[in-house]
Design a protein around this ligand. Structure first.
Ligand SMILES: Cc1cc2nc3c(=O)[nH]c(=O)nc-3n(C[C@H](O)[C@H](O)[C@H](O)COP(=O)(O)OP(=O)(O)OC[C@H]3O[C@@H](n4cnc5c(N)ncnc54)[C@H](O)[C@@H]3O)c2cc1C
Length: 343
């Protein structure tokens, strides 16, 4: 999002790295811990504090838990009007706080909720926002935030800066950044803030929350992901992928080609427009390794590729490559694993 240059601001007035926490039903969402992990690195480079802002109600105990992840402070904005998410309420509460405290960097999860409030917050604060970042760095010559995201259909990575406005804002995709580690010792403190928020500030009225009746695929937290691509040839090919995943305790992923072909639900898609994963083991079966797919899995610890084409780009990023027909290789793998369960 492009911001109008705000002529009146003094960049030096803005300090510290802020995370906009996400909560549902009073519980902090995992993306917040990922943002804390990344925010801590940026704050340490800048020698600044890392502060987490939370909106909610009756969540004091839950916000205290954040102090185990190496943050310097939690600003907990508490009001019955913030118990459930509303765009108006959350944007006003966060914007008022940011205007008052002036952080230099604000990170938001690129979730449906974060994508709703992030751009509105940026517009209200008169600054820019780089959406869907996959990498954040500090330019050590002038301490500016370098925000990198896929551009032009994922064919190149663009690094964007926000040189004249503050805060520098970015949404970060869930699953991309490493989670902050839990420490037994707490650091920092929770400051409870009462917002200047009235019922009239919120134009919507929440009647009911209906949870989508969908089988949840937890790709983000999976330690092992076995993904299928167009090389499976048919929807039935996924039975083989599922069998391998079940044998080794993995979750089934997919390339977009299979989702578009209607072979599997979109919730399984890995990649730039799907889920970003970083499991210990990623097995790509009949996936060519298009840049948009790699954008969602290249941070996996070990990548195994099965492809009949020795020139497939996936072989350039994998740790172990098997050139062969997946319909022969996968059953052989399953057999080997079942025969040697201690492998
Ligand atoms: C804006 C944009 C966003 C996109 N986002 C995503 C995304 O999030 N995720 C994503 O995956 N893609 C995404 N794509 C699509 C991406 O560009 C590729 O088209 C897609 O990843 C290809 O899927 P694939 O590897 O399954 O298919 P293909 O590229 O067709 O590859 C199939 C592979 O299977 C191999 N094969 C065939 N038969 C066998 C066999 N019997 N045994 C072993 N190997 C075999 C072939 O050698 C080939 O390498 C996006 C594209 C655009 C433009």
């Amino acid at each position: 999002m492009r911001a109008k240059v705000n002529q009146n601001i003094c960049l030096n007035d803005y300090k510290n790295v802020w995370i906009i926490a996400e909560q549902r039903n009073g519980k902090i969402e995992p993306v917040t811990i990922e943002l804390i992990g990344e925010g801590r690195k940026l704050a340490d480079i800048l020698s600044r504090e890392l502060i987490v802002a939370v909106c909610g109600y009756e969540m004091k105990e839950e916000t205290e838990k954040l102090l185990h992840y190496g943050v310097d402070k939690v600003c907990y904005v508490e009001s019955p009007l913030l118990k459930d998410f509303s765009t108006d309420g959350y944007v006003k509460a966060f914007a008022d706080l940011i205007n008052e405290r002036k952080p230099e960097i604000v990170l938001v999860g690129a979730t449906s909720l974060g994508r709703d409030i992030g751009p509105r917050l940026a517009a209200r604060l008169g600054t820019g926002l780089t959406a869907d970042c996959t990498k954040l760095e500090i330019d050590e010559t002038d301490n500016k935030l370098l925000m990198t995201r896929p551009a032009f259909g994922g064919n190149l990575m663009a690094t964007i800066v926000c040189p004249k406005n503050r805060p520098q804002m970015s949404t970060v995709r869930p699953g991309v950044m490493e989670k902050a580690h839990f420490h037994e010792e707490k650091t920092g403190e929770v400051e409870v803030i009462v917002p200047a928020l009235t019922k009239e500030d919120i134009r919507t009225n929440l009647e009911q929350v209906i949870v989508a009746d969908q089988k949840k695929v937890n790709l983000v937290d999976a330690k092992i992901v076995v993904s299928g691509g167009r090389g499976l040839k048919t929807a039935e090919g996924f039975a083989l992928v599922q069998e391998l995943a079940d044998t080794i305790g993995g979750v089934v992923g997919s390339s977009r080609a299979c989702v578009e072909a209607g072979w599997i639900d979109a919730s399984h898609q890995v990649g730039q427009t799907g889920t970003t994963v970083r499991p210990d083991l990623y097995i790509a079966c009949g996936i060519s390794g298009a840049i948009q797919h790699l954008a969602g899995m290249s941070e996996s610890k070990y990548i195994v590729a099965i492809n009949k084409d020795p020139k497939a780009p996936i072989f350039e990023v994998c740790d172990y490559g098997i050139v062969g027909d997946l319909h022969k290789v996968i059953p052989a793998m399953i057999e080997q694993i079942k025969e040697n369960p201690d492998l």
